[in-house]
Design a protein around this ligand. Sequence first.
Ligand SMILES: CC(C)(COP(=O)(O)OP(=O)(O)OC[C@H]1O[C@@H](n2cnc3c(N)ncnc32)[C@H](O)[C@@H]1OP(=O)(O)O)[C@@H](O)C(=O)NCCC(=O)NCCS
Length: 182
Amino acid sequence: MKSRLLYTDTLSAIRHATPADLPRLIELEQVCFESDRFTLKQYRQLIGRRRAEVVVYESAGKVVGSATILLNRRVGGARLYNLNVHPDFQRRGIGKALLRWTVEHAASARCDWVSLEVKVNNPVALSLYKKFGFETIQRLCRFYEDESDAFRMVLSLGDSKESRKRAKCIFENIPAGTIFPI
Ligand SMILES: CC(C)(COP(=O)(O)OP(=O)(O)OC[C@H]1O[C@@H](n2cnc3c(N)ncnc32)[C@H](O)[C@@H]1OP(=O)(O)O)[C@@H](O)C(=O)NCCC(=O)NCCS
């Protein structure tokens, strides 16, 4: 059973999403993304999946952001599958808080790295990921529904040069167009 409350202070909390959050998760998709939105069915499946974590950021009782990560213990990695913050609540550190939780959770699940894809023309998200130390390792052509390209970025969770190299190698050995199996 997943613990529900993951972080809290007086006004905000990060907790696991429940089926009751589905309408709000869909609303967030609609206001945060122009294409490649998660559907209700996808979110329902993700919330029920053991190796997926859908978490929401609640501010004064209202869900204002979410993050979805997939863990693959077999390959020792995590994939940040989605991250969003409602436009009315952006620029307040919520994206950072969700990303920090993601990275810490991946580390506590003994992952060696976290990967993600981001639109090449999304400077806000790119700036956030770079601040956390994510490195661009591939450009994925026409990755998104609107045919725009993605950067694949990886954050190695190990300290050593060797572990950083290992994290990158995993992706170098698969064709650039392949959606990584996690
Ligand atoms: C990307 C996103 C999650 C950031 O959330 P946020 O809560 O606004 O981010 P934070 O306030 O924690 O800011 C984190 C960093 O992001 C960058 N950033 C945020 N807003 C920015 C802006 N308007 N312009 C430039 N950089 C910005 C900065 O590097 C910032 O760090 P700083 O505060 O030290 O300058 C949010 O903008 C969003 O949901 N965008 C739409 C969906 C999306 O693109 N998701 C990412 C998919 S890969």
